[in-house]
Ligand binder design. Sequence first.
Ligand code: UT7
Length: 331
Amino acid sequence: MKKTTAAITAVGGYVPDFVLSNKVLETMVDTNDEWITTRTGIKERRILKEENQGTSFLAIKAAQDLLNKSGVDPKEIDFVLLATATPDMPVAATAAFVASEIGATNAFSYDLQAACSSFLYGMSTASSYIESGRYKKVLLIGADKMSSIIDYTDRTTCIIFGDGAGAVLFEPNEEGLGFQDEYLRTDGIGRQFLKIEAGGSILPASEETIKNKQHYVYQDGKSVFKFAVSNMADVSGLIMDRNGLTHEDVSWLVPHQANKRIIDATANRMGLDKDKVMMNIHRYGNTTSATLPLLLHDYEKQLKKGDNIIFAAFGGGFTWGSIYLKWAYNS
Ligand code: UT7
């Protein structure tokens, strides 16, 4: 019997209009365009300025873009999975609100949080539901309003992150296209290097935690960088070897957009030319759960049916991994 695979059949994306450039950051903290560009590859990022709007606003826009482009009836969606590190509220699944707002009234939904690996892990979850035959239409959204957890007086983090969202639809495929293999890993050593210390069950919010700025992202950039470079490159090489892929067989690398130097190191390890590496970090910075689907959104027209695509991500926890997928359609 032929195996049913899980293919991406539609893509959507959204970034807010407001552009925060390196030049403007120069007026906010002690930094400069040259440092940011050479150390990270980032030129500008988008910030959600609408009042009283959170991650759901971004997620809904990306999902609506997908629905408009594909013509899919939201009532046919079985499951909405929202990958995010910045839910609207600590309790009340943001995904439930998003599903209702887009008209996915027959779906169940929940949030998945694995820091910058949230979307990659979400791809694993979404495709498993399809491969098992349990559901036919799974909408996976990656969305983050990173500006809600960034201290804009801390130059080590405020230059990196931006807001955005992307969405993909997974459906069954009988031609062997779509999800092929995954290599996912975690290591709890990471939580000392990249975290929001307060607001969780260990250190609930208090006057003290607010005074100490413990509700913002803290990152020991150098340590995270070292782990990210070696681990993202390792898993990407490994998934190629395990599937007998050479650099010629790989059509695209879709890497998490945290730092251009990490992306270059991963591509080098895989032996890939620059023109096979998707990149939009210069325009959006690190949008956490949204980087991978926003890349698909930006490059969708260049993708061809049968393309071999390697996804790779690394994030807080630590969490990281690589996924091998065959693209299922021509735009
Ligand atoms: O997405 C989740 C996973 N996250 C990542 O993968 C991020 C990994 N880390 C990184 O991308 C990089 O470590 C950063 C971009 C965060 C920092 O780059 P770096 O090359 O590791 O710089 P550094 O932290 O070693 O700092 C070098 C110098 C320091 O000055 P001294 O001590 O050498 O005098 C910093 O104080 O650069 C200084 N610095 C800055 N200078 C200008 C730090 N931030 C800035 C800044 N502008 N924004």
